[in-house]
Ligand binder design. Structure first.
Ligand code: UD1
Length: 356
């Protein structure tokens, strides 16, 4: 069989990698398309290198733009590429603009689409990713869910359940594969950062970083918490562009860095006393690693990380942030359960289903 994989933004790369590997092991023909949604070396190339992903066969070089511009550019550049390759199935990952754009193109051409990480819902349509999830899942022919709540959401939306397969979490496949390497990396990193105990921070959601009345108090809180526990803060380009000046004014315990590579970041997540984030994937990785995760969002599309994992939804309640921050430092944070099918074998299950 012939498969086309579409990736474009940072969180796609660690999801596509294990599926590509599993299909390669079974001897299938594969084409890797990079839309260029993320293009900085630190947002893209470093992941290809660390995960040993082959260079893309096709690069669409769309770059940044408004949602409409970016989505449209991916669609118009992807269409001739997918027609030329004429695959049996196109695989799309997660919930970024590249995901929905490729799904739209394929469904109009009558090419089968498989969506990996299907069924997640935040029920918040002000979040661009929620629109991408809803549309992609309506268009997909095969839907792979990471957890049972995904199946429930799809059933409620009227998706035919014979198209839906609960396979587990492919990002955890990658985490499990690379954890030993990340552990090696941690020794170098510790020396480089000359740091003892630490917490880890990431912020890039438009609902936080594009909003001054939210971002300013948030930074003030982080600045203040870093006096109790040094915080490492690898800054996403979106955040850097808007807040470079303000970040420079933070105290020295808030270690502001450029975006980090996969292994370095994984090592930090594993060894942090606490992670404070608005990312989706990090809620899952910290749950697997057993690291307390405080999510600076009003909702999550990954509720299983709250019910069975280490995640707590903080919203913008700074009192709650402090409470859980101190609980994490005192070792009182809730303990993690085992999430069914987050076992390193999700991509094997996907490959078996696709080639059945
Ligand atoms: C995108 C995804 C988001 C995901 C995030 C992970 C969508 C709608 N959003 O958000 O779901 O969580 O990636 O990082 O698909 N920029 C650079 N260099 C790059 C890429 C972006 O400087 O390599 C800057 C550009 O100015 C751009 C801004 O960052 O305008 C935002 O990039 P964009 O891809 O639009 O969205 P993200 O915030 O990265």
């Amino acid at each position: 069989m012939k498969f086309v994989h579409v990736v474009g933004a940072r969180p796609n790369f660690m999801k596509a990698d294990p599926v590509y590997r599993s299909l390669a092991e079974r001897g299938h023909e594969q084409v890797l398309v990079h839309t260029g949604q993320h293009y900085d070396a630190l947002m893209s190339d470093v992941f290809f290198k660390a995960l040993e992903i082959p260079n893309p066969d096709e690069s669409l070089n769309v770059g940044s733009g408004s949602h409409a511009q970016q989505t449209a550019a991916i669609m118009s550049r992807f269409e001739p590429v997918v027609i030329a390759h004429n695959p049996d199935i196109v695989l799309v990952y997660g919930d970024v603009n590249s995901t929905v754009a490729a799904a739209l193109v394929c469904s109009k051409l009558g090419i089968h689409v498989a969506h990996v990480e299907s069924g997640l819902r935040s029920f918040d349509r002000s979040m661009p990713e929620e629109i991408n999830r809803l549309v992609t899942d309506q268009l997909a022919d095969i839907l792979f869910t990471p957890s049972a709540d995904g199946n429930e959401n799809l059933a409620r939306e009227g998706v035919a359940m014979e198209k839906v397969f609960l396979v587990g979490n492919v990002m955890i496949d990658t985490l499990i594969r690379y954890l030993p390497k990340a552990d090696e990396e941690f020794h170098n990193l510790k020396k480089k950062l000359s740091i003892g105990e630490f917490g880890l921070v990431t912020l890039h959601r438009p609902s936080n970083v594009d909003n001054e009345s939210i971002m300013l108090p948030m930074l003030q809180e982080l600045d203040s918490l870093s006096m109790e526990l040094p915080l490492i803060f690898p800054v996403h380009p979106r955040t850097q562009q808007k807040w470079a000046e303000r970040l420079e004014q933070c105290n020295r315990n808030l270690h502001v860095t450029a975006p980090l590579g996969y292994l370095e970041f994984l090592a930090l997540q594993k060894n942090a006393r606490v992670v404070i984030t608005d990312s989706g994937g990090i809620q899952e990785e910290t749950t697997y690693l057993g690291t307390p995760c405080l999510t600076l969002r009003e909702n999550t599309e990954r509720p299983i990380t709250v019910t069975l994992g280490t995640n707590v939804i903080i919203g913008r309640d700074w009192g709650l942030l402090r409470k859980y921050f101190h609980e994490a430092l005192n070792g009182g944070h809730k303990k993690v359960g085992c999430i069914p099918l987050w076992d390193g074998k999700a991509s094997e299950r996907i490959a078996n289903i696709l080639t059945r």
